[in-house]
Design a protein around this ligand. Sequence first.
Ligand SMILES: Cc1cc2nc3c(=O)[nH]c(=O)nc-3n(C[C@H](O)[C@H](O)[C@H](O)COP(=O)(O)O)c2cc1C
Length: 228
Amino acid sequence: MKRRDLLTGLAVSVLAVGCGQGVPARPQGRAARYGKPVALPAPAIDGPVSLEQAIERRRSRRSFLPDPLPVAAIGQLLWAGQGITSADGKRTAPSAGALYPLELYVVTSTDVMHYLPQGHRAEIRPGTGVRPALQAAALGQAPVGAAPGIIVVAAVPARTQAKYGTRAGAFVELEAGHAAQNILLTAAARGLAAVPVGSFDQAQAAAALALPAGQTVLYLIPVGLAST
Ligand SMILES: Cc1cc2nc3c(=O)[nH]c(=O)nc-3n(C[C@H](O)[C@H](O)[C@H](O)COP(=O)(O)O)c2cc1C
């Protein structure tokens, strides 16, 4: 069986939970916006290639098949970014003071999924208009409008500011880099196309996602099945 068939075969209909009706005008209460959390498939802790091969293969790839991302792949990427890997709550990516300011989202053509590291779950809300709004925020960049999934690395800097004051901004951005690299290497290891996108208007991106006040967008990672 080809790798693409394998991935597609793993697809579960979690993403079909919502059928979006566009971006809310402004953030509403969490319960009003997101559905009940759903469990993601357990992440694999081995893979098809070695870490060294994944590092060697990683390349920014901007062309995607239109096929939806299988939920197993989404779960694997989110786990790589912020999954909990120890009994005391520590995660796949390091965090200054273990304060964990990052929040991960996945935007699809129809929904917005918010990752809940506790229990490796996600809460999902409809959002048909979010992907084009994110593309507009990213200066119209084509991969943002075309990727079947855009992983959004967002942050609540106040979580880190309480302890680290003026260093917090840098720390939070460094952490976003750690999480993003884990995600990019996981994509490379699993034959997925992905590209880190840093050129976007932060206020516009936060509005597109209807993020709560105090939460900011640091990175967009369009990802999908590779088209070549
Ligand atoms: C902080 C940062 C921001 C980036 N922003 C964008 C972007 O907005 N759009 C894009 O297509 N690529 C973006 N890239 C990807 C770079 O263009 C890419 O990493 C570079 O050309 C090297 O190629 P490689 O990633 O294949 O090694 C960004 C990379 C980094 C590290």
